[in-house]
Design a protein. Structure first.
Lengths: 561, 343
C-alpha cells in the first residue's frame, strides 16, 4: 500500500488562507493551491485558459469582473447572461442551515447560531453549475464551487475579504481532482471536501440543522434585528429536500462519474489507495468522510413518546450493504423506549451549549444552554453518501456509465462485512488497506484486481479474530456462497440489536457508543460548531475504543494487530 | 370577496361559482367556530367576509410521503412500489400512502413500460360541488380525464358524490382527483385554523417544537411533510399576533417537477426531461393536474434513469414533484390566542 503521509496542521488547514490575506489585492484573481503554493500566485493566460473553464470564471473572472460579495456575484451573473440562459436568475435556489436553529426559537437569545446560506445557479440534469456558501448576502467572505466541463470537477474559489474594497480579491484554490493530489490531500478546501465532492453533512431526512418541511425556520430562529430575516434567500428559500435531490446528490454523482471516466480515459488507475479508502475508511483523519443522520423524532417529542426511532445506519451500513450490494436489511425499524432515551439524557447530563472546552464563546455572545439533546434526537455519523455513490458506480454501474470493473460485488461485500457492526470509524476494516497494492494499476489488470486483492488478504490471514480472518471466512464461501453467509450474519445481528434495545442498559451502551462516534467527528474538520452535537458528562477518553459486536453488545476493543 | 375554484378552473360560472364561494366560506366559518377563539378578531379569518392587507407566504413540500420515508426497514424500491400500489388505502385498510395532498397514477404499455404518470392535487370538494351543480358536466369531465364516460350512478353513493368511486379508485391509468381520505380542502382549512392557536407547556413555555406542537393540538401527522410545514408556518405567524387565511383560490397546487439526476436513454441524451412535464388543469400559477410523459413517444418514461435507477414507479417522480399551499398573513399585532398543550 502507499504510505499515508502526515501533514503539518498549519499547512493543511484553511488558516493558510488567512495567512495570505494581507497580500491579496482587490480586483485580482490568484492561485493558491495549499500544499503546493507557498503564497498567492499570479496565473498567466495559458494557465487560466487551461484550468478555469467553469462558468464563474468564463463569465466573470476571465472578463475582469471581480464581485466583492455574494450578492454582487449574482448581480454580475445577471448582467452577463440572458434571462433564459443556463445560469440565469430563474435557475436560482437558496437554502438555509444553522446549528443554532430550532433549539432556541427566541430572538432575544444573543448567541451565534451559525446561520448561513447555500445559493445555487444552473439547473441541468447533472445539477447546478455554481454553488455558493456564505453567512451574509453582503459578507465579504464567499466560498464558491463551479463545475468545469472542460477539465471535469468543481473549481473551488474563495475571496480574501477586504471590508473596504469595492472589488473582490479572488483565489482559485484547486479543482476536485486536486483532492487526490498527494501534496494537497486534506489541505485547503480538501480539508472539508476530502474527495473533492460537495459537502452536505446532513444529507438525509430529517436534514438536521437545515430548513426543511420537517423543521421549518421562521424569524424566531434569528437573533433580534438580523437583516437576513427579510432577505429573499430566506423568504424564498427551498427546503433541504430540494438541496438533497436537486443539488447534493447530482453534484456528487457527477464528480464521481467524471472521476471514473477520467480513469477509463487514462487507461490506468494511478493510485488505488484513495479509492479503497472510500470503501474501507481511512486511519488518516483528514481523509475521512461521514454524513450525519438522526432519528426522525424531535428530541422534545421523543422523551414523552412510547418509541423513539433510531437511524438504521448507526447499526449497520444499510446503504452500502443492502441498497448497493443487495444484502438483507433489518426486518423492522430499530427503535427504543422513549423512557430509556429520557433516562439516558438525564443520566449522561446531556445539554446543548454554545461553547465547549475547545471553543469558547465570542466576545459579547451570551451563554446558550438547553438541557437535553439536539433538536432531532440521536444525531450520529453514517457512511458518507459520496462513498456509497462511488461504491455503486464502481460495483454496479448503470447502463451508459463508465465500466471499469475493478471491484466485484463479492470483494466489496466481503470487505464491507468486516466489522460490519461498526459501519463508520472501523479500525479493523481500515487496517485492510495494508493489502492494497501500490499503484498504478493499468487497465489490463482491472479485471483481476478483485481476485488478486481477495487472495492477498486470505494469504495474510493472521490472528484468530483479526480482520483478515473475518474477510477470509466470507471470501472462501465463494462466489455462490458469500451472500448467504453474509445474510445469516446480518440477520443474527439484527435480532441481537433488537433485543438490546428492549432494555435500558442496552440503550445506554448504544448511547455511549454514539457519543464515542460523535467524538470522532469532533476531531474532523467538518465539526465547526459546539452546537453540532449535544454535550454530555461522558469523558472522551473513557469511551475511546468502544465498539459494537456481532452479538449486539458494546465493549472496549484494543488496537488492531 | 368571492372565493375562486381550485386552480381557477373554468368548469362552472355564474350562480354555480357563487355557490362554491359560499361553500368554502362556510368551511372557513366552521373552522373558526371549531377554534372557539378568544373574544375579538379570530386569528384565522374568512377572506370572503374580511378584506385585509396581507402578505402571501408559500409553503412547499415534496409529493412523496414523508411518513413512508420513516419506514427504514424497507428498501427505497419497496417504499416506491408501496406508494404506487396503496394510493387510497393500505392493504390493512388504513389511510393510503399518497398522503401529501398529491396523488398519482401510472400508465403502462402492454410490456409494463411506463408511458406516463398523471399527478393531481385537485381537492375532491370541488368535484362534489360539480356533482351537485352539474352532473352532466361531471360525467363529461370524467370522460376527458379517464377516457371513458362512466354511468352517473357509478359516481354516487346514494345521493352523495363518492370521491373514491371506481373511476377514481385505481392506481393504473388516469385518475381524476384526490381521493385519499386526508387529502381534501377541509383538512387544509381546519389544519391552518387550528394551528393559529399558540400552545404552552405546563411550565408556561411556548411550544415551538413542531412535533410537540402537532401532538399538543392534534394537527395531523408529524411524519408527513405537509402537515408539519403548514402547521409550523401558521403557528409562527400567529405567535406574532398575525391573522391568517388561505390565499385565493384556496387549494393545493403543483409547483412542478425537478429533473436533476434524470438521464434520457442512449440516443436521446439531448432531450430535456423538463419538457416532459405537461400541465393539464389549473391556471399557470395554480396547477392542479399535470402529466409526465414523453410527448412524441420516442421512448418510455421507464427508459429514463433517475439517480442511476430506471424510473419503474410513479413514486420516483413524486419525490421530485413539489406541492404548495399559500397562506395570507395579516400583521394584526393582536394578542395571540394561547392555550395549554392538549386543551
Amino acid at each position: 500500500m502507499s504510505a499515508i503521509e502526515t501533514v503539518a496542521p498549519e499547512d493543511r488547514t484553511c488558516a493558510a488562507f488567512d495567512r495570505e490575506r494581507a497580500s491579496a489585492v482587490p480586483g485580482t484573481l490568484r492561485r493558491f493551491l495549499v500544499g503546493k503554493d507557498d503564497e498567492l500566485h499570479k496565473m498567466d493566460d495559458e494557465e487560466i485558459a487551461r484550468e478555469l473553464n467553469d462558468p464563474f470564471a468564463t463569465l466573470l473572472l476571465r472578463e475582469g469582473r471581480f464581485p466583492a460579495n455574494a450578492e454582487a456575484v449574482l448581480a454580475e451573473l445577471d448582467s452577463a447572461v440572458g434571462a433564459d440562459q443556463p445560469l440565469s436568475r430563474n435557475t436560482q435556489l437558496s437554502f438555509l442551515v444553522a446549528e443554532g436553529s430550532q433549539v432556541a426559537k427566541d430572538p432575544s437569545n444573543n448567541f451565534e447560531r451559525r446561520t448561513r446560506f447555500l445559493v445555487t445557479r444552473g439547473q441541468g440534469t447533472e445539477g447546478p453549475d455554481l454553488i455558493m456558501s456564505v453567512f451574509e448576502p453582503t459578507g465579504r467572505l464567499v466560498e464558491l464551487m463551479a463545475w468545469d466541463s472542460t477539465q471535469g470537477g468543481f473549481n473551488y474559489y474563495r475571496t480574501m475579504p477586504d471590508a473596504e474594497a469595492d472589488r473582490g480579491a479572488w483565489v482559485w484554490a484547486g479543482n476536485s481532482r486536486h483532492a487526490f493530489d498527494p501534496q494537497m490531500r486534506g489541505r485547503g478546501p480538501f480539508e472539508s471536501h476530502p474527495t473533492g465532492n460537495l459537502l452536505m453533512k446532513e444529507l438525509k431526512v430529517p436534514w438536521v440543522n437545515w430548513l426543511s418541511p420537517k423543521a421549518p425556520m421562521d424569524e424566531r430562529d434569528f437573533a433580534a434585528g438580523d437583516p437576513r430575516v427579510t432577505h429573499e434567500w430566506f423568504t424564498r428559500s427551498d427546503g433541504a429536500y430540494v438541496l438533497e435531490d436537486s443539488v447534493a446528490r447530482p453534484a456528487i454523482e457527477r464528480w464521481n462519474r467524471r472521476r471514473l471516466e477520467q480513469v477509463l480515459a487514462a487507461g490506468s488507475l494511478s493510485d488505488p489507495l484513495p479509492l479503497m479508502e472510500q470503501l474501507l475508511g481511512s486511519p488518516e483523519k483528514t481523509h475521512r468522510t461521514v454524513n450525519l443522520v438522526s432519528s426522525p423524532d424531535s428530541s422534545q417529542s421523543a422523551v414523552t413518546a412510547d418509541r423513539v426511532r433510531l437511524p438504521p445506519t448507526f447499526f449497520v451500513d444499510v446503504d452500502g450493504l443492502s441498497d448497493v450490494l443487495g444484502l438483507t436489511r433489518p426486518k423492522v425499524a430499530f427503535s427504543t423506549s422513549g423512557a430509556f432515551y429520557k433516562q439516558a439524557l438525564d443520566k449522561f447530563e446531556v445539554v446543548v451549549r454554545n461553547e465547549d472546552p475547545s471553543r469558547p464563546r465570542r466576545d459579547g455572545e451570551d451563554l446558550f444552554e438547553r438541557v437535553g439533546d439536539t433538536h432531532f434526537a440521536f444525531v450520529v455519523p453514517e457512511r458518507a453518501f459520496e462513498d456509497v455513490s462511488f461504491l455503486r458506480q464502481l460495483v454496479v454501474p448503470e447502463d451508459g456509465a463508465p465500466q471499469i470493473r475493478l471491484i466485484t460485488p463479492r470483494l466489496a461485500g466481503c470487505l464491507l462485512m468486516v466489522d460490519f457492526p461498526n459501519p463508520v470509524f472501523s479500525d479493523a476494516r481500515a487496517s485492510l488497506l495494508r493489502h492494497v497494492p501500490a499503484g498504478p494499476i493499468p487497465s489490463d489488470r482491472w479485471g483481476s484486481f478483485s481476485a488478486d486483492l481477495g487472495e492477498a488478504i486470505v494469504a495474510r490471514e493472521a490472528a484468530d479474530d483479526g480482520p483478515e480472518r473475518e474477510f477470509a471466512a466470507l471470501w472462501e464461501a465463494g462466489e455462490g456462497g458469500w451472500r448467504d453467509a453474509a445474510n445469516q450474519l446480518l440477520s443474527d445481528y439484527y435480532e441481537a440489536v433488537a433485543e438490546q434495545l428492549k432494555t435500558a442498559e442496552g440503550f445506554d451502551a448504544y448511547f455511549r457508543l454514539a457519543e464515542d462516534r460523535r467524538n470522532r467527528v469532533r476531531e474532523m474538520p467538518i465539526d465547526e460548531s459546539a452546537l453540532l452535537f449535544a454535550q454530555t458528562k461522558l469523558r472522551p477518553e473513557a469511551l475511546r475504543g468502544l465498539a459494537m459486536s456481532r452479538d449486539g453488545t458494546v465493549s472496549t476493543r484494543g488496537p488492531v494487530a | 370577496m368571492s372565493i375562486g375554484p381550485p386552480g381557477n378552473v373554468d368548469d362552472l360560472e355564474g350562480a354555480a361559482l357563487d355557490a362554491w364561494s359560499e361553500h368554502v366560506s362556510g368551511l372557513m366559518n366552521e373552522a373558526i367556530t371549531q377554534g372557539a377563539f378568544d373574544d375579538g378578531p379570530s386569528p384565522f379569518y374568512n377572506p370572503s367576509e374580511e378584506s385585509l392587507a396581507a402578505t402571501p407566504v408559500t409553503v412547499t413540500w415534496p409529493a412523496l410521503s414523508g411518513k413512508l420515508r420513516t419506514l427504514t426497514h424497507l428498501s427505497e424500491e419497496d417504499r416506491w412500489e408501496l406508494a404506487d400500489r396503496e394510493r387510497l388505502r393500505t392493504a390493512e385498510n388504513g389511510d393510503g400512502r399518497q398522503d401529501e395532498y398529491c396523488e398519482w397514477s401510472v400508465s403502462r404499455d402492454s410490456g409494463g413500460g411506463i408511458t406516463g404518470v398523471t399527478f393531481t392535487s385537485e381537492v375532491p370538494d370541488w368535484w362534489g360541488h360539480l356533482a351537485r351543480r352539474d352532473p352532466d358536466l361531471l360525467v363529461r369531465r370524467y370522460r376527458e380525464l379517464v377516457g371513458v364516460e362512466p354511468p352517473l350512478d357509478d359516481l354516487f353513493d346514494g345521493n352523495e358524490y363518492n370521491p373514491q368511486n371506481q373511476w377514481n379508485d385505481g392506481t393504473r391509468g388516469p385518475l381524476v382527483h384526490l381521493g385519499q381520505g386526508n387529502n381534501n380542502l377541509w383538512a387544509a382549512i381546519s389544519l391552518a385554523a387550528a394551528a393559529t392557536v399558540v400552545r404552552e407547556q405546563q411550565n408556561g413555555e411556548i411550544v415551538t417544537d413542531t412535533q410537540v406542537l402537532m401532538g399538543c393540538a392534534n394537527l395531523g401527522d408529524k411524519d408527513r411533510f405537509s402537515d408539519p410545514s403548514i402547521a409550523s408556518t401558521v403557528n409562527a405567524a400567529a405567535a406574532k399576533g398575525a391573522r391568517i387565511t388561505l390565499a385565493d383560490p384556496p387549494g393545493l397546487y403543483l409547483r412542478g417537477i425537478r429533473t436533476e439526476g434524470m438521464r434520457p436513454p442512449r440516443g436521446h441524451e439531448d432531450r430535456d426531461p423538463a419538457d416532459f412535464w405537461v400541465p393539464i388543469r389549473g391556471d399557470e400559477e395554480h396547477r392542479v393536474r399535470a402529466r409526465f410523459e414523453v410527448p412524441d413517444g420516442a421512448f418510455n418514461v421507464s427508459d429514463i434513469t433517475l439517480d442511476g435507477k430506471p424510473i419503474l414507479t410513479g413514486a420516483q417522480l413524486a419525490q421530485r414533484v413539489d406541492v404548495f399551499i399559500t397562506v395570507l398573513v395579516h400583521d394584526a399585532h393582536q394578542k395571540a390566542t394561547t392555550r395549554p398543550c392538549g386543551a
